[in-house]
Design a protein around this ligand. Structure first.
Ligand SMILES: Cc1cc2nc3c(=O)[nH]c(=O)nc-3n(C[C@H](O)[C@H](O)[C@H](O)COP(=O)(O)OP(=O)(O)OC[C@H]3O[C@@H](n4cnc5c(N)ncnc54)[C@H](O)[C@@H]3O)c2cc1C
Length: 453
C-alpha cells in the first residue's frame, strides 16, 4: 500500500473551460487549501491551433473572456492582457470588439502560463475508475492517464471536471475512405501542406464539405493560399446562411439564459435550441459570406471560374479510385440529377461530436444507475449520481441539451466556472463533515487515503 494524495479537483482537458475554472479557483478566498490539477493531452496549451487561420476573427466579444462577466477586476481579463502586452491603446484604436483568433489564442496562452505548475501537459486521460470505500461508497475517483512515452499515471480526486471539448465528426460516406488525403478541419493547418502543398503535378482539386463557419474559412484559405488548387465548396443547403448575431437573439448567450433553458421540460429545451440553431450551426459570419460571393463574382469577370460553390448538393456515395483520387457521387437536390466527380483531396468541415465524455466515464457507468445514458446533469453541471456515489463529476461543454447553446461556446465560461466553484465549495463543507465521521470510524484523516497503486 502506498499513500496517494487525494486532489479536491482534477480537470480533464485544459481548454478554455477548465482554464476558466482554474482561474476561478485560484481567485477564491482561501484558495491555497484547495488541491487542484489538470491533465491535458497536448504538449502545451493550444486552442484549436489547426484553425488559427490568418484574419479569422472571434465570434464573440472580447468582453466575454475567461473572467470579465464574473469579475472585471481580475488580473486575467483580456484588457489586462492587452495592457501587459503593451497594445491596449492600439487595440482601442481598432474599434473592434472581435479580436483575431490568433490574438485570442495568445490571450488564452498568457492566462494558461500562470497555471503551468498545475497542468500535466502531454498526458491523455484514458480511464476514470471508482475508488470504493469498505462500505461500498464511492467518495473518490482514480484518474488514469498516459504520457507521450507510454508511462501510466494515476491520481485520485474527490471531484472531476470533464472539459474535453468535441471530437471530429466524420459522417459515414467519408469514414470508409480512410485518412489518405481526407482531413477534418480540426487538423487543417497541420495537414493541408501535405495534402495540397505540392504543385509539381499541376492543379489539385480539393472539395470542402460543410456549410458552417469552418467550411467557409477553409474554402477561403485554400483559394488564397494555393494558386494551383481549384477549390469546391459542397453544401446541402441552398445558400450559405448568415449567423444571426443580432442583439435580441444574442441574449440567448447571456449567463441568465441558462436558467431559462434549464427550467424547461425536455421538449421545451429541445424546441428552444432548435429555434436558435442558426446562431451557431451551419451558418457563417456575414462579412465572410460577402467575401466569398465577391471572389466568385470576380472569377466570372475574368472568365476564370476555378473555384465553385455547389449548393443544394447531397453527397450520396464516395469511392477511392486506384490512382488515389476520391470520387464523390453528388445529387442536385432540386433537380434530382446525380453526377460523379473526382477530387485529389477532401476537407471535411463536418463539425464535432460532443460525446467524448461518455467513453471516458464508461468505467463508472455500472455504478451510476442510468445517469450517463440519460444525461442527468444538475443546474450546477454536476452529473446526478446515486446516493452512495459521492465523488463529484462536473461536465463542461457536453450539456447543450440541458443548459443550452452557450454550453459548447465561450459565452458563459466565466459564470459557469463560478457556479461550479460554488458547488465544489458546498461539497467541501459536506466532505469535511463526512471526513470527520469517517476518520472517527476508520482512523484515516488529513485528506489522504490509502489506496492500492
Ligand atoms: C475553429 C473554432 C473556432 C471557435 N471559435 C469560437 C468563438 O469565436 N467563440 C466561441 O464562443 N466559441 C468558439 N468555438 C467553440 C469552442 O468549443 C470553444 O471556443 C472552446 O474551445 C470550448 O472550450 P473547452 O475547454 O470546453 O474545449 P476545447 O477547447 O476543445 O478543449 C478541450 C481540451 O481537452 C483536451 N483533451 C481532450 N481529451 C482529452 C483527454 N482524454 N485527456 C487529456 N486532455 C484531453 C484537448 O486536447 C483540449 O485541449 C470555436 C470552435 C472551433 C473549433
Amino acid at each position: 500500500m502506498k499513500k496517494e494524495t487525494v486532489f479536491d479537483l482534477i480537470g480533464v482537458g485544459f481548454g478554455p473551460s477548465n482554464l476558466s475554472l482554474a482561474v476561478r479557483l485560484a481567485e477564491e478566498s482561501g484558495a491555497s487549501n484547495r488541491k487542484h490539477c489538470y491533465i491535458e493531452r497536448q504538449p502545451e496549451f493550444g486552442w484549436h491551433r489547426d484553425m488559427l487561420l490568418d484574419d479569422c476573427r472571434m465570434q464573440i466579444s472580447f468582453l466575454k473572456d475567461l473572467v470579465t462577466q464574473r469579475d472585471p477586476t481580475s488580473r486575467f481579463t483580456f484588457i489586462n492582457y492587452l495592457f501587459e502586452r503593451g497594445r491596449l491603446n492600439e487595440f482601442v484604436n481598432l474599434k473592434n470588439f472581435y479580436p483575431t483568433r490568433v490574438e485570442f489564442h495568445d490571450y488564452l496562452s498568457w492566462v494558461a502560463q500562470a497555471f503551468d505548475d498545475r497542468v500535466h501537459y502531454g498526458q491523455s486521460v484514458t480511464a476514470i475508475e471508482p475508488v470504493f470505500e469498505a462500505n461500498g461508497d464511492v467518495n473518490a475517483l482514480r484518474v488514469v492517464s498516459q504520457d507521450e512515452d507510454g508511462r501510466e499515471w494515476r491520481r485520485v480526486t474527490s471531484a472531476l471536471s470533464v472539459g474535453v471539448g468535441g471530437t471530429a465528426r466524420v459522417p459515414e460516406p467519408f469514414a470508409s475512405l480512410g485518412p489518405h488525403n481526407v482531413i477534418h478541419s480540426s487538423a487543417y493547418l497541420s495537414s493541408i501542406e501535405r495534402v495540397a502543398g505540392d504543385d509539381r503535378n499541376g492543379k489539385k482539386r480539393i472539395a470542402v464539405i460543410g456549410a458552417g463557419q469552418s467550411a467557409a474559412e477553409v474554402f477561403t484559405d485554400l483559394t488564397r493560399r494555393f494558386p494551383h488548387v481549384d477549390a469546391t465548396l459542397v453544401i446541402r443547403a441552398s445558400a450559405l446562411k448568415p449567423a444571426d448575431d443580432t442583439p435580441f437573439v444574442n441574449e440567448i448567450f447571456s449567463p441568465e439564459f441558462t436558467d431559462v433553458v434549464y427550467s424547461q421540460t425536455e421538449d421545451g429545451r429541445r424546441s428552444l435550441i432548435e429555434r436558435f440553431r442558426d446562431t451557431n450551426y451551419a451558418v457563417v459570419d456575414r462579412p465572410l459570406i460577402e467575401q466569398i460571393y465577391e471572389m466568385l463574382y470576380l472569377q466570372k469577370v475574368s472568365d476564370d471560374t476555378r473555384h465553385r460553390l455547389l449548393a443544394n448538393t447531397g453527397i450520396e456515395n464516395t469511392a477511392r479510385r486506384a490512382n488515389g483520387e476520391i470520387e464523390l457521387t453528388m445529387r442536385d437536390m432540386l433537380t434530382g440529377h446525380a453526377h460523379a466527380e473526382r477530387f485529389d483531396a477532401l476537407v471535411l468541415a463536418t463539425g464535432y461530436r460532443r460525446d467524448t465524455h461518455l467513453a471516458l466515464l464508461d468505467g463508472l457507468a455500472p455504478h451510476l444507475d442510468d445517469a450517463l445514458a440519460q444525461r442527468s446533469v444538475g443546474r450546477d453541471y454536476r452529473l446526478v449520481t446515486p446516493a452512495n456515489f459521492k465523488a463529484r463529476i462536473y461536465l463542461q461543454g457536453c450539456c447543450e441539451e440541458s443548459h443550452g447553446l452557450s454550453d459548447t461556446l465561450l459565452s458563459v465560461l466565466a459564470v459557469r466556472s463560478d457556479e461550479i466553484a460554488a458547488s465544489l465549495a458546498d461539497a467541501g463543507q459536506d466532505n469535511a463533515a463526512t471526513r470527520a465521521a469517517d476518520a472517527k470510524q476508520t482512523g484515516v484523516s488529513g485528506g489522504r487515503v490509502a489506496v492500492a497503486l
